[in-house]
Every structure is written in C-alpha cells, then in structure tokens.
Design a protein around this ligand. Structure first.
Ligand SMILES: *Cc1c(COP(=O)(O)O)cnc(C)c1O
Length: 341
C-alpha cells in the first residue's frame, strides 16, 4: 500500500479529508448495517435535533504504525463502551461497542494510506460521533440518528520538543453537579469555549477546573484528566463523578502500578494540596501526557519542582512506557492493542 505524499513531521492538529468514512443510520428503532462512503459532507434538516438542542456525543482515538510495521489502534473497546454511556445519558440509542470496534477497524483499513509511518511522530486521529438528525422543534430526543467515523492524520504533539504548560484556575465551571461532565458530549465543549478563549487571552495554555459547587477540589481541564506525582513518587489522580473517565489516564494508572511498581491513589484531590506535589501532567489521547510546569490561581503561582523545561522523571517514565506500548516497543497488556493490518 502506497502512502499519500504528506509531510508527516509538519502536520498540525487539523482536519484533512481522507478517502473513506463509516456511516450507519438509526431509524424505526434499529441501526442499519452501515457502510464506508466517500462523501465527507452531511446534509440535514435545518431543524435537526443536533442543530437545535445539541444532541450529540463523540469519541477520539488514534491509529499508530508500530515498530514492526503493523497498523494498530489502542483500546478501541474502551471508546465504544464510553460512547454507549454517553449516548444513554443523552437519550440516544447505543451503537453497540462490538460494532463500534469493527467500524473503527474498517475506517482505518480503508484509509491506511493516511496512517503516518513509524518514527514520524504523527498518528491517525479517529473521530467517531453520533447525533440526532431528524427535525425536532418541541424539546424531545430525535428518533433518527447518524453514527459516523472519520479520520484525519495529525502531527506530533510535542513538535520542537516538550514544553511544560502554564495553566490557570478557571472562574467557570466545566460541569454541573449530577450533570454531563462524565460523558463525552459536544455540549460540554460548547460551553468550555469561552473559558478556554478567556484563558488564552490571559496568556495561559489551559484551565484547571475545580469541582462545581464547592470549588475546593481539582477536577480536570477542558479535554484532559490530571495526574499528579507526590514528592515520594506516589501517583495521585482526582476522583469525581463529574470527570470524564479518560482512557489514557486509566491506562497510565495501570502502567504506574503494573509496569513501574508505583503506588497509585485515585481519590479526591484538594486544590490546597497541589502546591505540595512534585509533578503534574494532563492526560488524554492527543498528547498521552502534557507536563504542567506552573499553575496560577488568581495571581498566586504554584511552580512545580519539575520546572518549565522538561517532564518530571515519573511523568516521563509513564509517558515513555505507554507510548512504547502503543508503538509496539513494549509488551502490551492482554487486549489493549487491536491489530488492523
Ligand atoms: C476526551 C476527554 C479526555 C481524555 O480522554 P482520553 O480517553 O484519554 O482521550 C479528558 N477529559 C475530557 C473532558 C474529555 O472530553
């Protein structure tokens, strides 16, 4: 298979149209058999439920070329499971996770020419999503839905080296108590846009969201979970019902325990404790872990001992082990790697 002529190392994180996408339609209480199609456009009623009432959820995962030349995806069953949960909370029918995993494989295979080669640092980003498509004006769920998966090659996250982030404590709440913070809904992102634009204008890379209501506990950021390391090398990650359960974070917790022999605490984390941590990172599919060097709370600075020029030592070991597993350099736990071809 001939690769497309793409300057892999200089790709950013942007949409590029590829050859094929997967589409399945839900109508009269059932999903159709689904198909790979070429048309990247969507046409729908101006009154589609997704346009009026934002009935939509999504997923994000990646395909990688391993050291020995295979194309693989990382734990797609977890994304399928999470999307079932997101759909349920938004009154959408589940797209069964077994079919989800199969559809991901079909899209990647059909676009194999866009999967960046091993060593380029680039990856194929896969975006499954689902939305209410028929016209709805009275507030109620749609009864016709489209499930779709497209993919797009994306560049190395740490282009020009790893640069720790400076983040600020947000004045906005990301999630309401008992709300939708734990599902991957477009609406969580719609209302995060003002918060992130505000943070960027003030010179920060990201927001630290505190627990809604009390605002004393650390939750996450707009699109990544926190992972802290204490001065005696314990990995600490916040636990809360309004955090999106990151697959990267859950995988890193396993790696910390089972591969690195570290102690891990998944528990409530008070903002007051943050000043005592040695390392801080943001985990998500995009970067695996982005190190945080500085956290600013309304002018009060917390400078992590790991500094502003590199990842802390434990963060780095976690990063190297998980990316090693994804790229096939390190033996993966059973079931983590789906070989596409
Ligand atoms: C997608 C997402 C994450 C990261 O999850 P991964 O499965 O690791 O990619 C974290 N927080 C939020 C709010 C998200 O939407």
């Amino acid at each position: 298979m001939e690769k497309k002529s793409i300057d892999w190392a200089n790709l950013g994180f942007a949409y590029m149209e590829t050859d094929k996408r997967y589409v399945s339609y839900y109508k009269d209480g059932a999903w159709d058999e689904g198909a790979l199609i070429s048309d990247p456009s969507v046409t729908m009623s101006e009154c589609a439920c997704v346009l009026q009432y934002a009935q939509t959820c999504f997923e994000g995962l990646k395909a990688y070329t391993t050291e020995d030349g295979h194309i693989v995806t990382f734990r797609p069953d977890m994304n399928g499971e999470r999307m079932e949960a997101s759909a349920a909370r938004l009154e959408m029918p589940a797209f069964p996770k077994e079919r989800f995993v199969e559809a991901v494989a079909r899209v990647v295979k059909a676009n194999a020419a866009y999967v960046p080669p091993y060593g380029s640092g680039a990856t194929l980003y896969i975006r499954p999503f689902m939305y209410g498509k028929n016209a709805v004006i009275g507030v109620k769920p749609a009864d016709e839905f489209e499930f779709r998966i497209f993919c797009t090659p994306v560049g190395p996250y740490f282009k020009g080296g790893i640069k720790p982030l400076t983040i600020c404590v947000s004045d906005f709440d990301r999630a309401a108590p008992h709300g939708t913070g734990h599902i991957k809904a477009g609406l969580n992102y719609a209302m995060s846009l003002h918060a992130i634009v505000t943070a960027h204008k003030a010179g920060f890379d990201e927001n630290m969201d505190l627990a809604p209501g009390t605002r004393t506990k650390v939750e996450e950021t707009g699109g990544a979970n926190f992972l802290f390391v204490t001065k005696d090398n314990t990995v600490v990650t916040p636990k809360s019902d309004s955090i999106l359960p990151s697959i990267t974070r859950r995988s890193l917790v396993h790696v910390a325990k089972e591969y690195l022999g570290l102690k891990v605490e998944e528990r409530e984390v008070y903002f007051d404790e943050v000043k005592d941590f040695a390392e801080c990172g943001l985990c998500g599919t995009a970067a695996v872990i982005s190190p945080v060097g500085k956290i600013v709370d309304h002018g009060k600075e917390i400078c992590l001992p790991s500094g502003m020029s590199e990842m802390g030592p434990v963060t780095k070991k976690l990063y190297e082990t998980l990316t090693g597993i994804q790229m096939g350099r390190i033996q993966a736990p059973e079931g983590w790697i789906q070989v596409i071809e």
